[in-house]
Design a protein around this ligand. Structure first.
Ligand SMILES: Cc1cc2nc3c(=O)[nH]c(=O)nc-3n(C[C@H](O)[C@H](O)[C@H](O)COP(=O)(O)OP(=O)(O)OC[C@H]3O[C@@H](n4cnc5c(N)ncnc54)[C@H](O)[C@@H]3O)c2cc1C
Ligand code: FES
Length: 253
């Protein structure tokens, strides 16, 4: 796969150090929820591309949206992109969430933590369009970190937890899901490892899909930087190529 230039349509800070970047280009037509792009920071000494999930896309307009938090040099560089610039992008990459038709009419739970929330937005939109009853549960550190509550509410019920209690339920996503008097048919989750482990053990009766955000180098299966263990003895997966989305039964967290 070749890297391409995508046009920067706009970029906005939507929460503390969290940016919404809208890019335009023909490859939007190939995108699926849960896939990611590898973005090359515009600085000679930053050699590695940075993986960022596709948060949303509009295939009619050939536009996609990325939501990312500034963590280090690469994302700090990305935050300087402005309308009219171009971004050097590889992707869409990886196997995303599959929106199975048999989820129509079913109860689906989407659990996101921090910068793991973005890929669940497009997924929730598509599951809602299919006729599934969507519930989002998103966990953040504090009120200043929250984004996309209103946007997600168009497609389902939204619950929010904050670790410091400055918004929503104080604590973690499981402090919300443990109070539910219903059981989801399917669960989709993306976020920190500890949160994914909690989701994996909490919903053993449901179909559970986890998106792993391992550190990556090449993003295309060539370097083994992103290997994770499978549940079968000796089985390993490359998260960039075999994932980032896995059935929770397949992987050892
Ligand atoms: C498939 C995938 C999808 C991702 N999607 C998003 C997204 O939608 N939005 C978003 O904000 N981030 C996302 N990330 C994480 C993002 O790639 C990293 O935050 C980014 O690469 C950091 O680059 P940097 O140069 O700014 O920071 P660096 O200088 O490389 O690192 C700064 C800090 O970020 C941490 N970090 C680096 N890589 C990761 C990682 N993969 N996961 C967690 N922490 C990391 C480092 O441990 C360090 O503390 C995703 C990662 C993967 C693998
Ligand atoms: S990042 Fe290189 S193999 Fe996955």
């Amino acid at each position: 796969m070749e890297a391409k230039k995508m046009a920067v349509i706009r970029q906005t800070e939507i929460a503390d150090r969290v940016f919404e970047l809208v890019l335009g280009g023909e490859d939007v037509l190939k995108m699926q929820p849960g896939q990611f792009l590898m973005i090359k920071p515009n600085r000679q000494d930053l050699l590695l591309r940075r993986p960022i999930s596709i948060a949303a896309y509009d295939k009619e307009r050939s536009e996609c949206t990325l939501i990312y938090r500034v963590e280090g040099d690469g994302t700090r560089q990305m935050a300087q992109l402005e309308a009219g610039d171009s971004a050097d992008v590889l992707g869409p990459l990886g196997n995303g969430f599959s929106v199975k038709e048999d989820l129509a009419g079913k109860q689906v739970l989407l659990v996101g933590g921090g910068i793991g929330v973005p890929p669940l937005y497009q997924l929730g939109k598509e599951l809602h369009a299919l006729g599934a009853a969507v519930t989002f549960v998103n966990g953040f550190s504090a009120k200043k970190d929250i984004f996309y509550e209103v946007e997600m509410a168009k497609f389902g019920e939204v619950h929010i937890s904050t670790v410091d209690g400055t918004y929503g339920t104080q604590g973690f996503v499981t402090d919300i899901t443990n109070q539910f008097d219903w059981s989801p048919d399917a669960v989709f989750s993306c976020g920190p490892r500890a949160m994914l482990q909690a989701v994996q053990t909490s919903f053993q009766e449901a179909e559970v899909y986890l998106s792993l955000e391992e550190r990556m180098a090449c993003g295309i299966g060539a370097c083994y930087a992103c290997v994770c263990k499978g549940n079968e003895a000796g089985k390993q997966f490359k998260v960039c190529q075999d994932g980032p989305v896995f059935n929770a039964n397949e992987v050892k967290l």
